[in-house]
Every structure is written in C-alpha cells, then in structure tokens.
Ligand binder design. Structure first.
Ligand SMILES: Nc1nc(=O)c2c([nH]1)NC[C@@H]1CN(c3ccc(C(=O)N[C@@H](CCC(=O)O)C(=O)O)cc3)C=[N+]21
Length: 283
C-alpha cells in the first residue's frame, strides 16, 4: 500500500475560515473572543509557538494578548496574575505555555486557571469531565486528531487504536477521546515489552512519544492509519516520531510532520476560545 497523506495544515485552513465567519457573526452581538497567552522565559521554540498562536487567533478575528515574563518570575507572581486573568471579563481563554521553569509547579499553575477559561483542557475538572464523557474543553492536540480523523472519513468505532505515549497532554487524553467514540484502545509506553508486537495490531496507530524515528514501516500493519504527533528538532529541522517513507509504504493514511497534527492543535485552541467566549457571554 502507499498512503494518502492527511495534511492537517489544509484542514486547519478550512476550519479556520469557518471560524472566521463565526467570529464575524459573534461581533455583531458585541462579543469578541479573547485569548491571553502567558509565556515565561525565553525558550526560542516556545516563543515561536506562542507567536503562531497569536497570529492564528488574530487571523480569525479574535483578540489575542501575549504576556511575556522573565524566567525569574516566581510561582506566587504567576498565580497572582492568573487570579487577575480569571476575574478579567475581557479574557475568555487563558493558556500558560508549557514547559515552565523548574522552580514553578506546573500542576499548581494548571489548577489555578478557572476551568471555564481553561482552553488547553488541562485542568483536572475538565480532564474529569472528558473522562466521564461530558461536553467540556478537550485538550487541543487530542481533539485536533479526532477532528482530522473525522474529516478524513476514518471511523474509529470498533477499531483497534494503539497509542504510543502516555503523557497527560497527548497520549492519555487521545486514548480517552477515542474510547468515548467506541474504539478499542491499547496504550504503549517506554516500559512496554515488544512494542512492535502491539503496534502491528493497530488499525489506527497514534505516536506521541517524543522520540524521532521510534516507529518505522516494520511497526505497521498493512493498511493502517498512522498519526504522528512527534515534535522533535533534529539538526534544526522539525521531524515526527515516525520514519515517514517506510511507514507511508505500509499505511493507508499518514500524517506528516510538519503540516500534520501541529496546525490542528492551534485550530482547536481557537475553537475552544470561541466556545469559552460563547459560554461566558451566555450565548
Ligand atoms: N499550554 C500549552 N499548550 C499547548 O498546546 C502547547 C504547549 N503549552 N507547549 C508546547 C506544545 C507544542 N505545541 C504545538 C503547537 C503547534 C505546532 C505547529 O503548528 N507546528 C507546525 C510547524 C511549526 C514550526 O515549524 O515550528 C507544524 O507541525 O506544521 C507545534 C507544536 C503546542 N503546545
């Protein structure tokens, strides 16, 4: 088999155009969705992601505010800021860019964001709601993967999905969303014995391990769908966790890196911000 490539970038452009029209309608009711992004420190990769988020939100007509603070910012200062943003009626969505400097407790920061403004979907309240199948803010990357599958007409019900990676940000929640849609889900991780014995069972293989080249054609069943969530910088170039060429020779569908899952992540962040604005404004 030779795979069809699913370009998240093209899908994202399509969905963002739909959102632009929705934001224009909201403006007629006097609502402008507003996203505030907090960036601590000067990591170049984080700065570049955050700029991408700002540009994308402005392109669909939303308000976007970037708060940049030095790496020396204390946890208390950050929690105070979040408290102010929680109360600010002009702020619908709050995102604190991760990872944070070592002296700041990431979980404490995540829990300090009002769940109704938690457009990342990382707050335990929203994680719990996702787990019980309620409507809530779903984490952007997992949600983006679900929308990609849906728009590519790939059904998940009854399929065997193997997720490689179990982070709180991607692996765990994507398995949960797939389970909610009646997939059979297997999680693999760094302690899994005989990884390829598991991955070769997958109808849909989702790779979110953060290890370039972890998966190649030998891990893939003929005709499987391969979703590469890896974001690795190798010799200054962005690559995924999947060796694209050998995997594409086996798969029916595959996502590239870049231009795959990444642009969908930002799109779902905008989606969640619009949703937050509608809820907060009672529409
Ligand atoms: N609170 C928080 N929420 C996040 O959602 C979050 C975060 N922190 N920290 C970092 C990760 C990473 N992440 C990406 C988003 C988009 C692309 C993306 O659009 N990538 C483009 C290319 C970008 C490039 O070339 O550098 C692509 O794959 O085509 C990648 C990575 C969101 N994250």
């Amino acid at each position: 088999m030779s795979a069809e490539v699913i370009y998240g970038k093209d899908l994202a452009a399509e969905i963002r155009e739909e959102m632009r029209q929705e934001v224009a309608r909201m403006k007629q009711d006097g609502i402008i969705p507003g996203l505030t992004v907090v960036l601590i420190g000067e990591d170049p990769a984080s700065q570049s992601y955050v700029k991408g988020k700002k540009k994308a939100s402005e392109k669909v007509g939303m308000k976007s505010n970037l708060i940049e603070l030095p790496a020396s910012t204390s946890q208390e200062e950050l929690l105070d800021l979040l408290n102010d943003l929680n109360k600010d009626v002009g702020v619908h969505g709050i995102l604190v860019q991760l990872p944070l400097p070592d002296h700041i407790d990431e979980q404490a920061v995540i829990e300090a964001i009002d769940p109704s403004k938690d457009v990342d979907g990382f707050h335990p309240i929203n994680v719990g709601r996702m787990m019980t199948g309620e409507d809530t803010f779903y984490p952007c990357t997992p949600y983006g993967i679900m929308v990609m599958l849906e728009r590519a007409n790939i059904t998940v019900e009854g399929k065997h999905v193997v997720v490689v990676g179990r982070s709180n940000l991607v692996g765990k929640p994507v398995g949960q969303l797939l389970l909610n849609q009646n997939a059979t889900v297997t999680y693999c991780h760094s302690r899994t014995k005989d990884l390829s014995a598991h991955t070769r069972q997958a109808d849909i293989l989702i790779v979110a391990a953060g290890k370039a080249g972890l998966i190649d054609g030998s891990h893939i069943k003929d005709g499987a769908v391969v979703i590469d969530v890896g974001v690795n910088r190798v010799n200054d170039k962005l690559t995924g966790d999947v060796d694209f060429d050998s995997a594409a020779a086996k798969a029916s569908y595959i996502t590239p890196v870049p231009k795959g899952v990444g642009p969908m992540t930002i799109t779902m962040l905008l989606h969640n911000t619009i949703k937050a604005a509608k809820r907060i404004e009672g529409k």
